[in-house]
Ligand binder design. Structure first.
Ligand code: ADP
Length: 705
């Protein structure tokens, strides 16, 4: 829109100087004309007044719809009739001859009527201050009254005279003029009472007009000379009062609506400017949106391409369970068509998946994971065709709020196979390692065993060679030496028997053929007997054995032979690893329905790290062939197995150079005597050979034969 070439100020402000100058000019011109030629002046000024009044009527009638001031419309209409009276007054005053001659009285009558009409109209206009009038009614009333007045003045002659030839002005005229002044004064008083102090231009024009009109009327009252100075001034004032009303009508009927329109125009122009700005901004935004849209569609294409290239089948579902996106691989994995997946919701896929699942309950598990909208969940689905699909559910988050889920399906059949193979490899590697260890253990065992076998065999062989047989097969050595050789052979044979026994036992234990003969014995006497039986042997090494018990007797089920083997093994170990002068203590006590048998020595002890593994087969603190003590390293493993076959346990508490304590705990219970051969508790003899066998490796080392 083009910029406005005019402003509101152009219409509102008019220089006051200009105004005053204009009025002075009119006044001056009027005075000049009045002095020069009163007749022409009168004609001119009355004509001008009538024209202005007519113009008022025309403007009021044509603008009554847009004019907001009802008084002004009414006054405009009324002044139209006033103009008629004034015009005929002029005609009759000038004695133009249309109505007749000597019409000065008629002229004054019309002037009085016109003045009455003017002043009364001013008064009546009060009613229309805040009311919209129908101009037609006013018009017809004024028309009727005007016609009646014209008829009464011009034709009937019943209107009171205002001028009588040779008498002059009648009292009616003077009284009427006073009444007219009074009416106008009344209007001014009312105006001043009701109007606020800050009068607008229209009201100012009205009040000026009223004041000037009163002044004019007053001048006419006091004026006796119809062509004198006062008459000139009175006519000027009369014209001015009409002009001011005309100005008020022009203002309210034409200028103000125009000004409003201009104001509206300016406002619209401003708004238009704002709108243009907005349109510009919107256009920029639109362009930005288009750019973003293109960018987004590009991103979407890239994202789609990435999803399509993914190794996983991907399904994106919204909060309403409708499918937002499904990639090609997803359809391939589940053998489902694009139409099926996009036309339904994810339940469609659920149905298809259920049909293919090997374990139908997996679908429930999957649905449960799907229901969890906050966390990342994963579950495996096993298909009938052997495939394993890993389903992972991820929440789909928009602006921090989960609005759906991303489900990713991965065929992990091959991966699982690889994992399975890896596991098998690991197991096989572990087995291989174990086999290696076993092999190493066996090698150690064989070298130890062969050493164990060879030592007594060498001794036996050596001894037999010492026998000095001559050709007559007679011995030429004394009896004592023979006995000594025989003892050596016997001793080493015991060692071989012990070794063989241990090997046989170990084989039986491994094969699960170790037969237990449970019978009810007094365990205290069994332990005491076996302990006391080795006291003599230990004494020969300078080792004392002490037996102590908290209980006198405890009858319970046990295999006495196996217990003897256990005790002899522990005692022989203690004797083996205790220095001469050392001490071995055997004690028995009862605790929590268990019998605790303790074998304690103050020998070399066993390192802490070996206390657990010392019960493993072939484990020795010093396993080298250079070790100080003989032994195969299987005694304690047999001891442990035998204790466990009793339902008990054995543990070791030891400290290097301080000694070792082996504690056996056995459960107390009795076997049903009906199920065993013996009816009473067994009392047994300890076979001396057994002791010889168990202690055989000690004898050899102590060289006491
Ligand atoms: P071995 O026939 O070698 O004695 P064992 O199984 O009876 O076999 O003992 C295993 C190892 O435990 C022994 O070689 C020895 O090193 C250690 N040991 C067993 N008992 C004792 C003990 N009382 N004091 C010190 N060391 C012992």
């Amino acid at each position: 829109m083009e910029s406005i070439k005019y402003t509101l100020l152009d219409f509102k402000s008019e220089s006051k100087v200009k105004k005053v100058l204009r009025y002075i000019f009119i006044l001056g011109l009027s005075m000049y004309l009045g002095y020069k030629d009163f007749e022409i002046y009168h004609l001119f000024i009355e004509l001008a007044g009538s024209i202005i009044s007519f113009l008022m009527a025309i403007i009021a009638l044509n603008t009554y719809k847009t004019n907001q001031d009802n008084r002004i419309i009414f006054l405009g209409m009324a002044f139209g009739f006033v103009a008629c009276f004034d015009l005929i007054h002029l005609i009759t005053y000038e004695e133009i001859g249309i109505i007749g001659h000597n019409t000065y009285n008629i002229s004054l009558q019309l002037l009085i009527v016109s003045s009455y009409m003017k002043s009364l109209s001013f008064l009546i206009s009060i009613i229309f201050l805040n009311k919209k009038i129908d101009i037609r009614y006013g018009f017809f009333i004024y028309l009727t009254i005007s016609i009646l007045l014209f008829i009464s003045i011009l034709y009937l002659g019943i209107f009171p005279d205002c001028f009588i030839e040779e008498v002059g002005f009648t009292p009616f005229k003077k009284i009427s003029q006073y009444i007219i002044c009074g009416i106008l004064l009344l209007r001014i008083i009312y105006f001043l009472k009701t109007s606020s102090k800050d009068l607008d231009i229209t009201n100012r024009h009205i009040i000026y007009s009223l004041v000037i009109m009163i002044t004019s009327e007053f001048i006419f009252i006091i004026n006796n000379d119809s062509q004198g100075l006062l008459s000139i001034i009175g006519h000027i004032f009369k014209f001015l009062s009409l002009y001011l009303i005309y100005k008020a009508i022009v203002r309210t009927g034409i200028q103000e609506p125009n000004l409003n329109l201009i104001e509206l125009n300016i406002l619209l122009d401003r708004k238009n400017g704002n709108l243009e700005n907005l349109v510009h901004k919107l256009r920029l935004k639109c362009e930005e949106m288009k750019r973003l849209e293109t960018e987004n569609s590009k991103k979407k294409e890239i994202l789609d391409a990435i999803l399509e290239a993914s190794d996983n089948g991907i399904l994106v579902i919204g909060d309403d369970n409708k499918v937002i996106h499904a990639n090609r691989l997803l359809m391939e994995i589940w053998d489902i068509s694009r139409e099926t997946i996009y036309n339904g919701d994810y339940c469609e896929l659920g149905l298809v998946a259920k049909q293919q699942l090997k374990y139908s309950e997996e679908i429930r598990l999957f649905a449960k994971e799907l229901g969890n909208k906050k966390d990342f969940n994963i579950c495996d689905l096993h298909l009938k065709d052997g495939r394993v699909i890993e389903a992972s559910v991820l929440p789909f988050i928009e602006k921090g709020v989960p609005t759906g889920r991303i489900i990713s399906f991965r065929d992990i059949t091959q991966k699982n196979k690889v994992i399975e193979l890896q596991k098998q490899i690991e197991i096989k590697q572990a087995l291989l390692q174990k086999a290696k260890e076993v092999d190493e253990m066996k090698n150690n065992f064989f070298s130890t065993i062969s050493h164990e076998f060879r030592t007594p065999l060498n001794i036996i062989l050596g001894v037999t060679q010492l026998f000095p047989f001559n050709d007559n097969m007679e011995m030429n050595i004394d009896r004592g030496t023979v006995n000594k050789y025989i003892k050596m052979i016997k001793q080493n044979s015991y060692r071989l028997i012990k070794l063989s026994n241990n090997l046989i036992d170990i084989t039986k234990i491994d094969a699960g053929f170790m037969k237990m003969n449970f019978e009810n014995y007094n365990i205290v006497s069994i332990i005491e007997d076996i302990t006391l039986s080795v006291v003599e042997y230990s004494k020969t090494k300078g080792i004392s054995i002490v037996f102590d018990t908290e209980i006198e007797e405890r009858i319970m089920a046990c295999d006495a032979d196996k217990l003897e083997r256990v005790m002899l093994n522990l005692l022989s170990n203690s004797v083996k690893y205790v220095e001469p002068g050392g001490k071995i203590e055997v004690s028995i006590k009862e605790k929590n329905n268990m019998v605790l048998i303790e074998v304690k020595d103050n020998g070399v002890g066993i390192p802490k790290e070996m206390t657990e593994i010392i019960f493993d087969r072939f484990k020795q603190v010093d396993s080298t062939l250079r070790r100080k003590k003989e032994g195969s390293g299987i005694g304690l493993s047999i001891v442990k197995s035998m204790v466990e076959l009793h339902g008990g346990s054995i543990y070791l508490d030891s400290e290097v150079n301080k000694g070792s304590t082996f504690t056996i705990s056995l459960p107390i219970y009795e076997v049903d005597i009906n199920n065993i051969n013996s009816t009473e508790c067994m009392s047994r003899e300890i076979n001396v050979d057994k002791i010889n066998i168990e202690f055989s490796d000690i004898y050899e080392l102590s060289r006491e034969y």
